[in-house]
Design a protein around this ligand. Structure first.
Ligand code: MTE
Ligand code: MO
Length: 427
């Protein structure tokens, strides 16, 4: 096999076998005459980008193999197939940290949740207190990173080059944030609540590289919906998803969903720490859209991403384009949809790249902040290439646009998704 001529012959035979079996070779055999052909951009904005980022699989404790973006802080993306169900399995749920010194184990005999700052009665609560003194509540809600799908941005922007897998849906069970705050008695003059988890970074005290902290406005109605979750899909939270408790902020991007939540502080001044004042800010424009030129000219006023909810999105999970479909053989086109603005009321599928649309069937409703599965039965009658597309509408009438969005943070992507597929003849 070390004769290069023999090897090339073997390769082309192997690819011939694959093609006969109906699989699409991803890359053509590289004979010398084709060697200078450009490869497609792996993650660019063309009709059919790779669904996930192009990254290696890695295995972490309590996790199935996930796609590694970075290891310090840990960023792991969920592969596409795990979105076939409305609830994302805990062991496949994506992971994102900013800082390095994360907890590997937590001793519940000494761990306490602290409620402090501008309150009548500061509280120090054990896990036992949370489990026994407050009524449990559950909410199905999508946890989506602000930078989900950032790799689609053109021009490219700095930050983790996520595909579509920086999201997941779970049934979160715990106690209402407001039940705890009622007991603590938040005093007048409070403007924000600050949340901090257990991990640290190696940077100097007082810097973003030392501590990750996020704050929500005290008058934000989402506080009524917030849950301090000790369960995820009926199990304790995986360590990498925030054991022992995390904040769940239904409808908002996950940057506020503090993991290993240990301090809640009532603030009398707006939080000006790095993660509020500098990071996670969006242009104060429709869709958070702007241009590189306006950013360079210093024209862009920004607001925290928590000022908006997650825009409506939908995804094609199957078919994924990795094998041919067959004329006359029905296929179920399916995926998930959600909106931070409420219930998904309609999902439409296109078989012609977005020219015409047909209504898809919606799966079970698990509440306004959950993934909702959808499906569409298709029996192709003609061989050829097809571009499938999907778009969702929510109860507020928001519908996914076909225009891309651009901002320097790489946030708020919600353009209509497409999937190229090939249909072959049955004989
Ligand atoms: N303690 C802590 N909580 C955190 C973060 C973090 O770095 N530390 N990152 C936030 C961001 S930006 C995201 S996208 C989500 C990711 O949640 P997951 O790792 O459970 O998927 O956690 C949020 N909560
Ligand atoms: Mo994030």
């Amino acid at each position: 096999m070390d004769n290069p001529m023999q090897r090339r012959t073997f390769l082309s035979r192997a690819i011939g076998v694959l093609a006969a079996a109906g699989a699409l070779p991803l890359v053509k055999a590289q004979t010398s005459s084709q060697a200078s052909e450009a490869l497609p951009s792996f993650t660019g904005p063309q009709a059919n980008p790779y669904w996930n980022g192009v990254n290696p699989f890695v295995v972490y404790p309590q996790k199935l193999p996930l796609l590694r973006l970075t290891d310090r802080g840990i960023q792991l993306e969920t592969p596409r197939q795990y979105f076939r169900t409305a609830f994302t399995p805990n062991e496949a749920f994506f992971v994102r940290y900013h800082l390095d010194l994360i907890p590997n184990s937590i001793d519940l005999s000494s761990w306490r949740l602290h409620i402090e700052g501008n309150v009548e009665k500061p509280l120090t609560l054990s896990m036992q207190d949370l489990l026994t003194r407050f009524k449990p509540v559950s909410v199905a809600a999508v946890n989506q990173c602000s930078g989900n799908s950032r790799s689609r941005f053109q021009p490219r922007v700095a930050g983790g080059q996520w595909g579509n897998g920086a999201m997941g849906n779970a049934l979160w069970t715990g106690v209402r944030l407001m039940d705890l705050l009622q007991e603590a008695g938040v005093k007048p003059g409070t403007v924000q609540l600050q949340f901090q988890g257990l991990e640290r970074g190696p940077g100097p005290e007082g810097k973003g590289s030392n501590a990750f902290m996020k704050s929500l406005d005290w008058n934000d109605p989402v506080l009524q919906e917030c849950v301090i979750a000790y369960q995820m899909n009926g199990e304790p939270l995986p360590m990498l998803n925030g054991f022992p408790v995390r904040l769940v902020v239904p409808g908002k991007f996950s940057t506020y969903w503090m993991k290993h939540l240990t301090w809640i502080r009532a603030l009398t001044q707006p939080d000006d720490n790095f993660w509020m004042a500098i990071a996670y800010r969006i242009p104060d424009t429709p869709r958070g859209n702007t241009t590189p030129a306006d950013v360079a000219a210093g024209k862009v006023k920004t607001v925290p991403i928590g000022n908006v909810n997650m825009p409506v999105r939908s995804f094609i999970v199957d078919p994924d384009g990795s094998s041919k479909l067959v004329v006359g053989l029905p296929v179920e086109i399916r995926g998930v949809a959600f909106s931070g603005y409420g219930r998904v009321t309609r999902v439409e599928v296109s078989l012609d790249g977005g020219k015409t649309w047909r209504v898809a069937q919606l799966g079970e409703y698990y509440g306004p902040y959950s993934f909702r599965t959808w499906s569409f039965q298709w029996k192709p009658t003609q061989p050829g290439r097809y571009t499938l597309a999907v778009r969702a509408t929510d109860e507020k009438g928001n519908v996914q646009p076909d225009e891309p969005v651009w901002n320097p943070g790489g946030y708020l992507w919600n353009r209509i998704e497409r999937q190229d597929v090939v249909v072959g003849t049955a004989s």
